[in-house]
Each structure stands twice: as structure tokens, then as C-alpha cells.
Design a protein around this ligand. Structure first.
Ligand code: UTP
Length: 410
């Protein structure tokens, strides 16, 4: 069992011994919980708050063309057939990344439980399952295996919600839940927050660890047993998300690429979406905040913006290529977020504005570790209705509008 002395030594190594300041006031059980948490948490990345120069620099960025809608339309039937066959043979699994905290939306429940209905209940999870059912129906009823990633913070609520709603009609035998890892959250000075006297503030460590977490949960055995060759990862918060989409699956398989990414045409050069490109000759995603004015204004030979396609967090990965890269290390992202914490007076504070850092790895960085990626254009209004904020851009309201435009009753 991890002792107080061991915990203190570990914390001192990372300048975090303040996490034990209430130790003497705690019951034996609370003390145990805190020591166990300290044993399990990795603090080694925190120093990058002060040493950001040590984080690897970006390589040379150049454009990557996309397979655009007219070309896709022309070959649609051919791609669809390949995709439907793959789904029928259970070669495709879907991975719902639902471990995030949705701090911008600010709901206490997991995002998948959010109700976007107007005249009836339409939960985000329900919308996703409805879309997945379209694929199941196209594949003569073969249910796409669905792996749902949660975190310590929302696991029980997510699983309970799915059970309560009878999995929205999906076959529960084809659904697996797994938890992602957690990382400590700090103030701007790199000191961990406490969220209770016996608990360090921690948050899910980003969506990039999904494959490792699936492996830790023993789910790669399921992937192999079922003969799954492709995993389609997608975000929980796009209510028009089309996962295991046969046309996309077929086009990616046909391309011979190790991965595929759904992209939309950007509305403006400075739109806040990650952009699929090449970095040192390998596929990569450059975040909007890393786009220089030169990159934003660059044109291709057709005179179109050279970095014109934004990712929508819908990626198809070939499993055997993921297995090759799974032990490689990931870039670290230090992200400003709102972190609830307990103040010096012992009061719980839920900040209105960002007050510190979370440490995340991102699924988009996996693309750069692979040799090739098909950039696959989809129609924005049909497939991209993310819910990030309460109001305004990418909000419940904008998503409701887009659902209506697509004939979805709310
Ligand atoms: P976001 O980047 O929107 O993060 O996640 P978030 O935590 O949900 O929301 P904010 O930024 O706090 O408002 C994009 C997708 O990745 C998942 C989310 O659930 C969402 O589907 N995600 C994010 C995880 O699965 N784990 C994480 O640690 C972070």
C-alpha cells in the first residue's frame, strides 16, 4: 500500500506537496483515497507549463489535397458496396469518444445525455444511435460493434443512461464501454488544484489515448475475435455525425491509405477548425491557432485556398497500423480550461472563465504517426453540427437548426 511518506516523496519530486495540506484533518478512509490517487496519477508532464520550449516544434507544413464531393459522387455506388460488405463482415467497429467534460457547454451530465429536443426528447446519444442504425439497416441488420469511451467522471452516468433508455434500440451485446485515463489539472503556475480535501483535481487526459485505453480494458481481444480491421473514431457532440459510413469506409479501403479523415470545406481561412495537411511529408493536422497568415492565404494551383479542409473528428483507422504506433509517444497539449476547485477557505468554486491547465493528448495527432490518410470531403450542413457552446457558434441552437434542415424532427 502506498504510504504517506511515499506520496510525499512523489509529490515533492514534482513540486506538488501542497496536495497533502489537509491530510491530518482527514478520516482514515479519506486519507487512503488520497494516497491511492497520488499513487495512480502521473505528474511528470506538469513541468512543461514552465518549459514549453522543450515541447517538440512543428515540422514543415505543406498542403494535402482532398477527395472532393464531385469525385465521391461519381464513385459513390462503388465505394458504398465496398463499405457495406466490410460492415456485413464485421470488419468495421465504431469508437465513440465520450470521455470529455464538455466544460464549454456547462452541463453537469455527460454530453451524450443532453436533450436537444423541442417537442419531444432527442438526446445526443439517441441521434448518434439513429445514424448508426442507418448503416446497420444497409448491412442487412449486422450491428456495427460500438465501443464507448468514458472517463471516471462520467462512466456511471453514461452507462446508467444507456441502460435506462434500453440502448436506444441498439443491440447491447454489440456495445462495450471502457474508461480512459485521467491527468492532474493545475493552476497557471503549474500547481495542482484540489477539488476536495482528499482529492486532487483531475480530468480526462484527452481523446488521444483511446486506443491504449481500449487495449488496457482488454478490448483489443474483442477487436481481434470479431475480425475488426478498421475502427471509426468519432466525437460525441456532432449530432449529424455519420459513423461507419459505408461510402467513407469504402473510399478509404479502396485508397489503400492507413486512415481516412472526414473533412469539410472551411467557411473562412481563419475558421477555428484543425486543417488536414502534410507535415514533413506525412499527413498531419494543424490546429487553427498554429495557422500563420501565410498558410491561411496560400493558394493551390486551382487558385483555391491551399488549406481549405477542416477535420470534424471523424477518423477511420486501420487497426494493424494503430498497433504498430501504439507505443510511440504523443505530443502533449496544454489546454486552458475551467477547473472546479476547493479554495483556501474550503469552499467549492466553479469558475466562469478558464483558470488553469489540463494536459491532453489528441486523436488528431495519431494521423501524423501514420504514413497516409485519405482526406474525404463531406457536405457540412449534412454532417457537421457540433455542440460545443450553450449559445452562438457550434451551439445547441445552431445544431437544432441544422437538424431541422435535414428533416430530423426535434
Ligand atoms: P472537446 O475537445 O470538445 O472537449 O472533445 P470536451 O472536454 O468534450 O469539451 P470542452 O472543451 O471541455 O468544452 C471532442 C471529443 O473528444 C471527446 C469528447 O467527449 C468529444 O467527443 N474527449 C475529449 C474525450 O473522449 N476525452 C477527453 O479527454 C477529451
Amino acid at each position: 500500500m502506498f504510504t504517506y511518506e511515499q506520496a510525499l516523496e512523489k509529490l515533492q519530486k514534482y513540486g506538488q506537496e501542497h496536495a497533502l495540506r489537509h491530510f491530518a484533518e482527514l478520516s482514515e478512509e479519506e486519507q487512503r483515497a488520497l494516497l491511492d490517487q497520488i499513487e495512480g496519477l502521473d505528474f511528470s508532464m506538469i513541468h512543461y507549463v514552465h518549459d514549453r520550449d522543450e515541447l517538440p516544434a512543428r515540422g514543415e507544413i505543406s498542403p494535402l489535397g482532398a477527395m472532393e464531393i464531385p469525385e465521391i459522387e461519381e464513385k459513390k455506388d462503388y465505394f458504398r458496396q465496398i463499405g457495406v460488405d466490410a460492415v456485413k463482415q464485421t470488419k468495421v467497429g465504431a469508437v465513440l469518444l465520450a470521455g470529455g467534460m464538455g466544460t464549454r457547454l456547462g452541463s453537469d451530465n455527460p454530453k451524450c445525455m443532453y436533450d436537444i429536443g423541442i417537442t419531444k426528447h432527442v438526446y445526443i446519444m439517441q441521434r448518434l444511435i439513429e445514424n448508426l442504425m442507418d448503416v446497420v439497416n444497409a448491412a442487412d441488420g449486422v450491428a456495427v460493434p460500438l465501443f464507448i469511451m468514458t472517463s471516471d467522471k462520467n462512466h456511471d452516468a453514461t452507462v446508467g443512461f444507456m441502460k435506462e433508455h434500453n440502448y436506444f434500440g441498439y443491440d447491447p451485446e454489440r456495445i462495450w464501454f471502457f474508461k480512459q485515463e485521467m491527468a492532474p489539472a493545475t493552476d497557471y503556475d503549474g500547481k495542482v488544484y484540489l477539488e476536495e480535501k482528499n482529492r486532487i483535481a483531475s480530468s480526462p487526459n484527452g481523446n488521444g489515448g483511446w486506443f491504449i485505453s481500449m487495449d488496457r480494458a482488454g478490448l483489443l481481444d474483442v477487436v481481434h475475435e470479431l475480425g475488426i480491421e478498421w475502427l471509426n473514431c468519432f466525437a460525441v457532440d456532432n449530432v449529424l455525425q455519420r459513423m461507419a459510413d459505408p461510402v467513407f469506409v469504402g473510399a478509404t479501403i479502396d485508397s489503400g491509405c492507413a486512415a481516412g479523415a472526414k473533412v469539410v470545406r472551411k467557411v473562412a481561412p481563419d475558421e477555428k477548425v484543425g486543417c488536414l495537411c502534410l507535415e514533413d511529408g506525412k499527413p498531419s493536422i494543424i490546429e487553427y491557432y498554429d495557422m500563420t497568415p501565410e498558410l491561411m492565404n496560400a493558394k493551390n494551383e486551382k487558385g483555391d485556398p491551399a488549406y481549405n479542409f477542416g477535420v470534424i473528428l471523424n477518423y477511420l483507422f486501420r487497426v494493424k497500423d494503430l498497433e504498430k504506433i501504439m507505443n510511440e509517444s504523443f505530443p502533449l497539449h496544454i489546454v486552458e480550461k475551467k477547473i472546479p476547485y476547493m479554495n483556501e477557505q474550503g469552499e467549492y468554486v466553479k469558475p466562469e472563465a478558464p483558470n488553469g491547465y489540463k494536459f491532453e493528448s489528441l486523436v488528431l495527432d495519431m494521423i501524423h504517426q501514420l504514413d497516409s490518410c485519405l482526406s474525404f470531403e463531406v457536405e457540412r450542413w449534412k454532417e457537421f453540427a457540433p455542440i460545443k457552446n450553450k449559445t452562438g457558434v457550434d451551439s445547441v441552437e445552431s445544431a437544432q437548426e441544422l437538424c431541422k434542415k435535414n428533416g430530423i424532427e426535434l
